[in-house]
Design a protein around this ligand. Structure first.
Ligand code: SOE
Length: 395
C-alpha cells in the first residue's frame, strides 16, 4: 500500500525506549497502511546532542535539536510527539498545542490531576482551531484487545457483571536493580500504579465501554532503598555505589466501581516474579466472557454462554485474520503480530484523525479521567483504603 504524498511533519521530543517504539510506528505505518498524509520523521529532540544524533541516525529522523522550545516557531513541524518522562508532558504539550501543533503524548498523561486538567483544557481550546491531541494508551490497538471491545460492544458477552484487570511485570523484583526516573515520584507521578496500572485502567474501560466512578485501594513500596543509576540500559541500567530512596509504589491493588455499578478488581506490580508483560483483562457477562493477555497478544479467549452447554468452553481465537482489526494490512492470514504493531496502529489512527479533522482517541479528556482514577487510588490508599469517588478529585 502507499500513502498520500502530502507530508505530516513530526518532531519527537525524547528518545528513550518509547522513542524507539514511536519511531518504529511512524516509519512502518505508511508502508503498510494507505494513509491520507505521509508521516515524515523530521526532527528528533534530545538534551544531549550526541545521544540525540545517534538515536536520530539509528531510527531514521532527518534532523536533531537540543531544545524542544525551538519546535514551537518552526513552520516545518505539524506534530509534536512527546515521549519524555511524565513531569515534562504538561509544559511541552500545552505549549505545542498553543503553537498550533497536533500532539501525541505518552501515558500517563501527566504526573498530577492539575497538570492533566491544564492539558485537557489546552486540547479543548486547540480543538476549536482544528488542532488535535491524543494520549498514547497503545494497547487499545493490539488487534485482540480491539476485537474484545468490538465483541463486548456487540453484546456478545451480554450484560457485564464483573471486570478483572491486572498488569504484572518483574523487572524491579531484584532489590539491587537501580533507581530510574520511573521510581521517582516527582518525575513519574506514581510507580506501578501510573506506569502500568494506567494501561490496565484504560484498557478495562475501553473494552467494557464503562468508566470507573469510585475506587478503594492500597499501595506498597516493597524495596525502599536502591542503588542510584550509573548508566541507563533499557528500562533499567547499571548500579552506582550510592543509594537513593524510592518515592513511589511498587505494588498497587484496588477495587473499582464502574458507573453502571459493576465491580472490578485491579492489580499493578513490577515485582510479579516470572510475569514479564502480563496485562490481563477479563470481562464476565450474562451471555459470555472475554479474556485478553498481552503475553499472548495474538489470542483472544471468548466464552459463549449461549452455545449448547455440552459445547461450551473458552474458545481460543487466533487474531491473525484479515477480518480482524488492523490485521489485513500486514502479513498473509495466520501470521502473527508483535508488541511494536500497536505503535504502527496508533500512528495510523492518529494520521487519519488529523487528516479528517476528527478527534483521535483516547483524547486528553480520556487521559485526564484515567489520571483522576490514579489520584483517587492514591487518596484512598492514604485514607486507609476507604472508597473515594473519582469525580471528587480536584474541582
Ligand atoms: C515499563 O513498566 C513499561 O515500559 C511501561 O512504561 C510501558 O508503558 C508499558 O507499555 C511496558 O512497560
Amino acid at each position: 500500500m502507499s500513502s498520500d504524498s502530502t507530508p505530516l511533519r513530526i518532531a519527537m521530543i525524547g528518545h528513550g525506549f518509547m522513542g524507539a517504539a514511536h519511531s518504529q510506528g511512524w516509519r512502518t505505518a505508511p508502508r503498510f497502511f494507505d494513509l491520507p498524509l505521509q508521516p515524515t520523521m523530521q526532527l528528533l529532540v534530545g538534551r544531549d546532542e550526541d545521544a540525540a544524533r545517534e538515536a536520530a541516525e539509528r531510527w531514521g529522523w532527518a534532523q536533531v535539536a537540543t531544545d524542544w522550545r525551538t519546535v514551537l516557531d518552526r513552520d516545518d513541524i505539524d506534530v509534536v510527539d512527546i515521549v519524555t518522562p511524565g513531569d515534562s508532558h504538561a509544559e511541552i504539550a500545552s505549549a505545542a498545542l498553543e503553537a498550533g501543533k497536533h500532539v501525541l503524548c505518552e501515558k500517563p498523561l501527566a504526573t498530577t490531576v492539575e497538570q492533566a486538567e491544564a492539558m485537557a483544557d489546552a486540547a479543548a481550546r486547540a480543538r476549536s482551531r482544528g488542532v488535535v491531541a491524543m494520549v498514547g494508551f497503545t494497547y487499545r490497538r493490539v488487534p485482540a484487545a480491539t476485537l474484545a471491545r468490538d465483541l463486548v460492544a456487540a453484546g456478545r458477552v451480554g450484560e457485564i457483571r464483573q471486570v478483572r484487570a491486572s498488569y504484572r511485570q518483574d523487572w524491579l523484583a531484584d532489590a539491587e536493580s537501580p533507581m530510574t526516573w520511573r521510581l521517582d515520584k516527582a518525575r513519574a507521578g506514581s510507580g506501578a500504579l501510573g506506569d502500568i496500572g494506567a494501561h490496565a485502567i484504560d484498557l478495562a474501560q475501553f473494552i467494557s465501554g464503562q468508566r470507573i466512578s469510585a475506587v478503594s485501594g492500597v499501595l506498597q513500596t516493597i524495596v525502599q532503598q536502591r542503588p542510584l543509576l550509573a548508566e541507563t540500559r533499557g528500562l533499567s541500567g547499571t548500579a552506582g555505589a550510592e543509594r537513593g530512596t524510592v518515592s513511589v509504589d511498587d505494588l498497587a491493588l484496588f477495587t473499582a466501581r464502574f458507573e453502571s455499578g459493576v465491580l472490578g478488581s485491579f492489580e499493578a506490580s513490577r515485582f510479579a516474579t516470572g510475569r514479564k508483560n502480563a496485562l490481563r483483562i477479563e470481562v464476565s457477562g450474562s451471555a459470555g466472557a472475554i479474556a485478553f493477555d498481552l503475553e499472548e497478544l495474538n489470542v483472544l479467549q471468548f466464552f459463549d454462554a449461549r452455545a449448547p452447554i455440552a459445547e461450551q468452553g473458552f474458545t481460543r481465537i487466533l487474531v491473525t485474520e484479515p477480518e480482524h482489526p488492523y490485521v489485513g494490512a500486514w502479513w498473509p492470514a495466520g501470521h502473527t503480530l508483535g508488541y511494536e504493531h500497536g505503535f504502527s496502529h496508533q500512528a495510523k489512527d492518529f494520521v487519519e484523525a488529523v487528516s479528517a479533522g476528527a478527534q483521535p482517541t483516547p483524547s486528553f479528556a480520556d487521559g485526564l479521567q484515567v489520571q483522576r482514577v490514579l489520584d483517587a487510588v492514591e487518596r484512598s490508599a492514604h485514607a486507609a483504603s476507604s472508597w473515594v469517588a473519582v469525580a471528587d478529585t480536584v474541582a
